[in-house]
Ligand binder design. Structure first.
Ligand SMILES: [Zn+2]
Ligand SMILES: [Zn+2]
Length: 633
């Protein structure tokens, strides 16, 4: 490979011979340098910084195979070197990467001051530590993902090598370097987000979602593609919600075998949601689109990136994730296409306002010509109340219900809304506003919250500090976990005076639907919607004041279920920007874009929002249809 030769010459120019480099490898968009003298790199820390700067790539220094000590012996040494307070949960070896994965509750202690402890491990065992944070409460899904990745590291290394061959393949300069975008889903609608971006040399997919609320047309229009899926260079996933990543394992089932770029929390959360989709489908007697095997295949192809880390993903495209403040690890995607010919920002789902969980959304981009923006709340009257007013309202409604002996059901998206509500309830509880009330967490929320505690660096300072101090706000004593099972659920409903947080968030299935069926006819109970209810979902029907719904009764007979419980919509918990926030986002986004495409909103909202943007900011804006192709350059 041409590039490898070039890299070798740069590396040898920067590194003196006493660094004893034995091998240089490409691993996807990254460079791995093997050395027989790791000490020389510790003593000259500017080597790595210089290499990364010159190569414009992430650089890994790995020890030469000959230095690796025997695994049992290395493990013993590591336990001796690392102080006990680090609470090491697991040590796993990946010989192909010369790497030892150390999972601990306090990773800072494994790293040590100025990296001293971690360096000592390398010098004494030959293995380079890859240090990951253990969740503060156990999560079998996270453990499963980490085991799976470790076990398959030889195959992952091969995958990474073939990915880098594709990224750095030589391409011919074109006299007419066009760029085309095709809407494959979530244009003039919500659900099945998917965008194809093409240049003469490259094909990229942005998101690959599944519309779980829709009975008809739940999949993106991949059947419209005139080329095999294996021709796609890369898939970039903005965040874990099913409408952005739920269709991804199906791509692998149908022959895609390229990289998936996402943040580390997105990788873990989307896996959780995909497994849940399979589970729920099977329980409802439906054939899922893909199996666990397909999800595990997808995992091997995930390449994780942090916010603001620039990465080559194709010969003519560089990609960067930016904080979207919507859910854990959620990102807006910046693409730098060609030699500076065009810069695109795909906002994906964004929040531009206070949340208890996340830092403020990124508003500054190096360059920007085209913006694709969501419009879930893109209509002028879509104004959310102030957050603190909604929090007060939530506590008040709960109080009123509990006082008359009823239960409160809050259907939540297990990822995002659930944690915002938990932080709000925890705060109210601590202030004494919910005395005597029991809060039950049912469904996937516990697992999703545990994944949050493995990535505190993605959370707002206060929450981050609490997790680092092992005082996770998601595991407080006010929260009771429902293990599942109909009996336990029915028991706690009989008690009364309980708040139940259960997924799914739109009452499309799962635990929330079970509770709803049992609670609907009793007017003492309350149902509180705190998130968006998709068209076609039961949640939306209830918001539209349906008074009776058909359900399957005991002997498989259909009967009418009367809706007598109290219904409340409390909106400011939404992970989506409201109308005002969306327009402020466009106003404050830098630099000023030349064109705006509106998506991720229903027909009326996308069209109206595009009109508003054109009038307000004098930037040509439009709301394309699914299957429209637009030439960007
Ligand atoms: Zn979302
Ligand atoms: Zn979405």
């Amino acid at each position: 490979m041409e590039l490898l030769k070039e890299i070798e010459s740069i590396v040898h120019n920067i590194l003196p011979s006493d660094t004893q480099v034995t091998k240089i490898d490409m691993e996807g968009p990254e460079v791995a340098i093997y050395t027989r003298n790791p000490k020389s790199f510790f003593e000259n820390e500017n080597y790595v910084a210089k290499l990364a700067f010159e190569l414009k790539k992430r650089v890994h220094i790995r020890t030469d195979k000959t230095l690796l000590s025997e695994q049992e012996e290395a493990k013993k040494k590591i336990l001796e070197i690392v102080p006990e307070g680090a609470e090491i949960k697991e040590i796993a070896f990946n010989p192909v990467f010369s790497e030892v994965v150390i999972e601990s509750i306090k990773p800072g202690l494994v790293i040590g001051k100025g990296g001293e402890t971690s360096k000592k491990i390398t010098l004494e065992t030959g293995w380079t530590p890859s240090i990951v944070r253990a969740p503060t409460s156990p999560s079998d899904i996270l453990t499963g993902i980490r085991h799976h990745l470790n076990k398959n590291s030889p195959e992952r290394k091969k995958i990474l090598q073939s990915v880098s061959k594709k990224i750095y393949r030589p391409i011919e300069a074109k006299s007419d370097p066009w760029i085309r975008l095709t809407a494959l889903g979530a244009f003039q609608e919500i659900g099945r987000s998917c965008i194809l971006l093409e240049t003469p040399q490259t094909k990229i997919l942005l998101d690959c979602g599944l519309n779980v609320a829709a009975a008809e047309n739940p999949y993106p229009y991949l059947d419209s593609l005139s080329f095999p899926l294996s021709d796609i260079d890369a898939v970039v996933i903005s965040h874990a919600h099913s409408d952005h990543s739920g269709f991804l394992p199906y791509l692998f089932r149908m022959g895609y075998n390229g990289p998936v770029y996402c943040t580390a929390p997105t990788r873990d959360l989307m896996t959780l949601l995909q497994f849940d989709y399979i589970d729920v489908s099977l329980k409802e007697g439906k054939e899922p689109l893909y199996t666990e095997k397909d999800v595990k295949e997808m995992l091997k192809y995930c390449i994780t990136r942090e916010y603001r880390e620039v990465t080559d993903i194709a010969p003519d495209i560089r990609m960067t994730f930016h904080n979207a403040a919507h859910i854990l690890g959620s990102a807006s995607i910046h693409l730098h296409i060609g030699a500076g010919q065009h810069n695109l920002v795909y906002s994906s789902d964004i929040k531009y306002g206070f949340t208890r969980l996340f830092n403020n959304i990124d508003l500054n981009y190096p360059r920007l010509e085209t913006l694709i923006i969501e419009s879930t709340y893109g209509k002028r009257e879509d104004i959310q109340p102030e957050r603190y007013i909604s929090e007060q309202r939530l506590v008040q409604v709960v109080g009123e219900t509990i006082q008359q002996g009823g239960n409160v059901l809050i259907p939540v998206f297990a990822v995002g809304r659930a944690q915002e509500i938990m932080l709000t309830l925890e705060d109210a509880y601590r202030r004494g506003a919910l005395e005597g009330v029991k809060i039950y967490i049912d469904g996937m929320t516990r697992q999703a919250s545990a994944i949050h505690t493995a990535y505190p660096e993605y959370l707002r300072k206060g929450v981050q500090r609490r997790i680092l101090q092992n005082d996770s706000p998601f595991t407080g004593s006010m929260f009771n976990i429902v293990k599942g099972g109909t009996k336990e659920r029915d028991e706690l409903l009989k008690e009364g005076g309980n708040i139940i947080l259960a997924s799914s968030g739109m009452l499309t299935g799962g635990a929330s639907l079970h509770y709803f069926h049992k609670m609907a006819e009793d007017p003492k109970n309350t149902l509180i919607f705190v998130g968006y209810q998709g068209e076609g979902s039961l949640g939306r029907k209830l918001q539209n004041n349906v008074k009776e719904i058909p359900i399957t009764g005991e002997q498989g007979r259909t009967k009418g279920l009367k809706i007598n419980l109290r219904l409340e919509n409390i909106e400011a918990f939404s992970g989506h920007a409201d109308y005002q926030q969306l327009t402020s986002y466009v106003r404050n986004l830098k630099p000023k874009q030349r064109r705006i495409l509106v998506n991720h909103g229903n027909k009326v909202k996308t069209v109206e929002f595009a009109k508003t943007l054109t009038q307000k900011f004098h930037i040509p804006s439009q709301a394309p249809h699914n299957l429209d192709s637009i030439r960007l350059k």
